[in-house]
Design a protein around this ligand. Structure first.
Ligand SMILES: Nc1ncnc2c1ncn2[C@@H]1O[C@H](COP(=O)(O)OP(=O)(O)OP(=O)(O)O)[C@@H](O)[C@H]1O
Ligand SMILES: [Mg+2]
Length: 254
């Protein structure tokens, strides 16, 4: 489904990604871990088509975004959506929640997600269904982002992320801005949505337990290099890369 092949990226002389290759299957969740500055968000940016790699190839369902321009690129891009650490990044503070949640659907009028097919011409109804999918009450439709809790805001950002029924949802630290008690709820929501829509996830997180809980496989970035890639159940295996073991030990100390 997603194929990342020999990707390199530098910012000036700073080599941020060095020959990174991996794949994500349809419906699979791949966890991406690694220290701060190891290149995780940069990789997300390249997959989203927000920046170009210097070398290598990124294809989604066989299509290479870097070969596309204009409307073709726009059309392809809708299959990859993102949920950021900070939900305020994807919610417009000046808009009521319902408008933010359906903004992408307004930008892509031809896209008809299966779960919205009966209400595609009714904006409020679409927003209502999207809120319901993420466990938010429709009484919140008219609220502004600052009138929601952090957890509710992240749910709204997730609703926006799934609105076009993407094949791949990139979650970049989706729970790290949230209170610990809310983190598990958001993780469970992401898990349920993945099953419901058979989406693939690239799940970036510092939280090893969260990654192990939600992902089938894990990839480890160290200074821009992919040093380990394994089934989540093998996280504690002796075969792990020394750097992965260091991350596991550091997580255990916290
Ligand atoms: N637009 C940019 N211009 C120059 N350098 C950049 C740019 N974006 C990222 N970098 C650099 O690339 C490196 C990797 O950054 P990136 O944001 O991908 O790390 P990360 O693994 O997501 O870290 P964190 O866990 O802290 O979010 C860092 O050294 C960063 O300073
Ligand atoms: Mg990052």
């Amino acid at each position: 489904m997603l194929q990342v092949k020999n990707v390199c990226k530098s910012y000036r002389s700073n080599k941020v990604l060095n020959d990174v290759s991996f794949q994500i299957q349809q419906g699979e969740c791949l966890g991406l871990i690694g220290g701060s500055g190891s290149g995780k968000s940069t990789l997300a940016k390249l997959i989203l088509g927000l920046d170009q790699s210097d070398r290598g190839q990124i294809t989604l369902n066989g299509i290479d975004f870097q070969c596309l321009k204009g409307t073709e690129l726009r059309k392809a891009r809708r299959h990859v959506q993102v949920v950021f650490q900070d939900p305020t990044a994807s919610l417009n503070p000046k808009l009521p929640v319902w408008k933010s949640v359906i903004e992408s659907l307004e930008n892509y009028p031809d896209v008809v997600p299966s779960f919205l097919k009966d209400v595609r011409n009714d904006k409020k109804q679409m927003a209502e269904i999207l809120l319901e999918k993420v466990g938010l009450n429709k009484s919140l439709l008219e609220r502004y982002p600052h009138q929601l809790s952090g957890g509710q805001r992240q749910r709204a950002a997730i609703a926006r992320g799934i609105s076009l029924q993407p094949s791949l949802l990139i979650c970049d630290e989706p729970t790290s801005s949230l209170d610990v008690s809310i983190q598990a709820q958001i993780l469970n929501l992401l898990k349920e949505l993945r099953e419901e829509f058979n989406m693939s996830y690239l799940f970036i997180s510092h939280d090893m337990a969260a990654v192990r809980y939600i992902c089938e496989r894990m990839a480890v970035l160290k200074e821009g290099m992919l040093v380990d890639l394994f089934l989540s159940e093998d996280l504690f295996s002796k075969r792990r890369h020394p750097y992965t073991r260091r991350l596991v030990e550091a997580a255990a100390e916290n």
